[in-house]
Design a protein around this ligand. Sequence first.
Ligand SMILES: *Cc1c(COP(=O)(O)O)cnc(C)c1O
Length: 360
Amino acid sequence: MSRVYNFSAGPAALPETVLKQAQEEMLDWRGSGMSVMEMSHRGKAFLSIAERAEADLRELMAIPDRYKVLFLQGGATAQFAMVPMNLLRGKDLADYINTGAWSKKAIAEAKRYCRVHRVADTSEEGFTRAPAQEELSLSPGAAYVHYTPNETIHGVEFPYVPETGAVPLVADMSSSILSRPLDVTRYGLIYAGAQKNVGPAGLTLVIVREDLMGKPMAGTPTLFDYEVQAKAGSMYNTPPTYAWYLAGLVFQWLKGLGGLSAVGEINARKAQALYAAIDGSDFYHNPVEPGSRSRMNVPFTLADPALDPVFLAEAADAGLVTLKGHRSVGGMRASIYNAMPEEGVQALIQFMAEFERRHG
Ligand SMILES: *Cc1c(COP(=O)(O)O)cnc(C)c1O
């Protein structure tokens, strides 16, 4: 068996130790005689898995009791609709910061439910930076302010948490959750599709302040009502049990590494090394303003785009895969989530230097 360094943006690499543990427990989960996939979600065994996962996530992120943690389906994309459905609470206006492809999708969906005010928009600059706090023209009457702390496609990350006063802040953390410590109390709601930094696809995490629930707009499907899901322990219907279990294994792995401050330091080192390699060469280029560069997704272009396919093919031969950039941005993208070891980033840096020597 040989495993590659997988730089996929999502679904993304998972920690090898987690996959091995899942493999060991595949046929017989701790003497139950069955796989987690075969268990009733209402049985004692799965409930213990579910509770443990939530407790570990609460510990890792220091989530206060007044926030509910939901394990849902539908991806971040379902949240693009569920957020306005649940958080408008009688209002007709929401503020959105537009910093890239994912913000744009969230805005388009929200417009089906309310008026959207773009409090800042970097589209005309090609989505190459996060706007500063002073640039945010917040509306006093907005039900909430939505932003994307890390734009997975453009490789833009906010270096700060927007200050929104009494208006709840909502964050799509699909590609940055658990990548570094954060202060949950700054947010009204955090959501994240699991397949980047948490676990397999099919699971969506929602962390929501209790007082924001309970006033869904008329017509909201029962399943999409946060309060219904909170009261049902995310089991109003059958939850994504296996993805929930695997996410739990990832949470334990993160605790074993020393929690989010330790993980954040590793991630900072990985990103710093890769950006230094890009900036130190005339052959590679990253278009993002240095203060807004993502620690998780690093897009870069080659001086000669005609070499793109050669780069991808030779990288794959060296065991470095899924480096092709998003079609809307072009070039390359290295996603270096928690599960990408430092050795993987070093191997990429070394390959890039060699490639430049041969083709630059
Ligand atoms: C991947 C991604 C999404 C889409 O997630 P799905 O789970 O496919 O719906 C949304 N927002 C961000 C920031 C992402 O990285």
